[in-house]
Write a protein that binds this ligand. Sequence first.
Ligand code: ASP
Length: 345
Amino acid sequence: MRTSMSARRTRCLLTVLVCGGALLATAAPTPAQEPNLISIAIHGGAGTLPRSEMTAEKEALYRAGLEAALDAGYAVLERGGSSLDAVTAAVQLLEENPLFNAGKGAVLNHQGIAELDASIMEGKDRRAGAVAGLRHVRSPIELARKVMENSPHVMLVGDGAEEFALAQGLALVPNEYFLTDARREQLQRKLSRTTASSQQRREANDLSAFGTVGAVARDRNGNLAAATSTGGMTGKRWGRIGDSPIIGAGTYADNASCAVSATGHGEYFIRSVVAYDICAQMAYGKMSLAQSADVVINHKLRQMGGDGGIIAVDGDGNLVLEFNSEGMFRGARSSAGRREVAIYR
Ligand code: ASP
């Protein structure tokens, strides 16, 4: 009773202030007024199963995986850790989870081999690290971070990247470590449809094409970071590299605008330089993060025929999760009280 009276009083006060011609107070502080706000978003790929194939049990497993990664990243921020550590922690958990297309459980290339790509970037100095075409590095995002921190380079691929991993003391595993029965079956379905009609081929793509995991975060010091890790696309030609390890396409971070991690049909994301374009429209066009993400994902990318989505955070800690596909495995959490995990629209 007391609460509802005080809530009514607050509403009346706000009404008076607004009706008086100027909004002198708001009910809850916006992120911009909270310099210490921490926030994180994660994704587990835009390649969700069609709703008709998603059972309650499967959905519960996916949600639990997303929640665990979201909470692991948030816990880092909560104890004062950096956004870089937060996105690394979240992505590493998703890499270890066989349900998602990164690390263990990655999709397979045309030859039945897992080939992994990843990248990471921090918004403060725009330092970045990327790796591609890995077959033996257990945590590709860990290696991307080592490239950023312990080498003069931004991107290493294939054997050279794996040799660097060895020199850095990272865990190397046989390729079989990444393989799961579900991914083997998915590849078989895809291959058997390459001789099928174009309609069947489209369906096969819709079901299995995308995956990828990623995270973006803002820490207490206002620093942004983004990380993305993937097995790429099912049945890809060996040696194919998607957008996930390409700085500016699948991953980008700049404290002056935003941090972005993408998922979707990589070729289109590379051609559209999606992650950088979202940040650039904010910087040059003075758009909000939400407007910029909408223009890039729902208009520019869609016009080209590119499917997928992004997660992003701006300097004030605002989180945007935008996609033009049927769904995107995703989660968001902030000290402003936001907490959600979702799959479909
Ligand atoms: N973007 C990734 C790639 O093209 C795939 C994905 O996001 O599912 O490699």
